[in-house]
Design a protein around this ligand. Structure first.
Ligand code: SF4
Length: 288
């Protein structure tokens, strides 16, 4: 999630997707609001104002077609490979009114229709702001716009069934199949993600699974088998993306003064990436 000065249109294929995520291009065009604290918190609780890290227009990432991807601020995980540690804290985002965001979204309706695209809400962790997310999704559906949510699933319990009905596609990060590895990698438990994935399947929500391949951390054959076995049991998973780890986020950790454990970790070799993709494909999963 790099932060540049203006919205950009990315044109990468799924095979070129970065691991972790890049953030958007800032909040240009989304004038932040400045209110007294009490009023601000009340309106945030009501989902009228959200804490937004950035947004961008992208093509061929974050779901089908050209998409407006909105990165909400705040995340309960602390992934060792996170490329966007600047999205971790809600208070570091800009306070943006729902109406402002929806007005910007509506401007791209023609683009979405022409390309089969839509809205993707990412982060950080979008479910950290469930009321704002719910209202944003509802507004998008009222405009007839395809919706996707990019999530770790850790806060899946905060996603109501009504919200699921407003989500066309979930981009679900399954970061590990082994609970100990997951905790070492994220600082949190794996079970909520698995629970959420089962809920998505039971409710018929299309899901793309993302797995970040980090040599020495997530590449163990057994670990990958656990992920693949679970994912293959979910009827609504239509694709898997194996994302090779790389070092694009390293500078952000340094600039935030946060110790970065993967300083010396190399990206996976092409052979390793193919081995892991092969493990998913062996279970009949469409894998990139
Ligand atoms: S879940 Fe949170 S900590 Fe992990 S990669 Fe995404 S933004 Fe970073």
């Amino acid at each position: 999630m790099t932060t540049t000065t203006a919205p950009r249109v990315a044109a990468s294929t799924p095979l070129e997707l970065p691991s972790g995520r890049r953030a958007g291009a800032g909040t240009a065009g989304l004038a932040p609001v400045d209110l007294p604290r009490t009023e601000m918190f009340a309106r945030m609780r009501a989902g009228e104002i959200g804490s937004v890290h950035s947004w961008e227009l992208v093509t061929a990432v974050d779901g089908p077609g050209t998409r407006m991807t909105v990165f909400l601020a705040g995340c309960p995980l602390r992934c060792l490979y996170c490329h966007n540690p600047d999205t971790w804290r809600m208070r570091d985002g800009k306070a943006v009114e729902l109406d402002t965001l929806v007005a910007r979204l509506a401007r791209y309706r023609g683009v979405f229709e022409a390309t089969g695209g839509g809205l993707t809400v990412s982060g950080g962790e979008p479910l950290q702001q469930p009321v704002f997310l719910a209202r944003l999704l509802r507004a998008a559906k009222e405009l007839g716009i395809h919706t996707a949510v990019d999530t770790s699933g850790f806060l899946g319990a905060a996603c109501t069934d009504e919200m699921l009905d407003d989500i066309d596609l979930v981009l679900l990060d399954v970061k590990s199949g082994d609970p100990d590895t997951y905790r070492r990698l994220t600082g949190r438990a794996l079970a909520p993600t698995l629970d959420f994935s089962r809920r998505l399947a039971a409710r018929g929500v299309e899901t793309w699974v993302r797995f970040v391949l980090v040599p020495g951390l997530t590449d163990d054959v057994e670990n990958v088998e656990l992920v693949a076995e679970h994912v293959a049991s979910l009827a609504t998973v239509s694709r898997v993306e194996v994302l090779p780890f790389h070092q694009m986020g390293r500078d952000k950790w340094a600039s935030l003064g946060v110790p970065y454990e993967l300083e010396e970790t190399e990206p996976p070799s092409p052979e390793l990436v193919e081995r892991v993709r092969g493990q998913f494909r062996a279970r009949g999963l469409v894998t990139y």
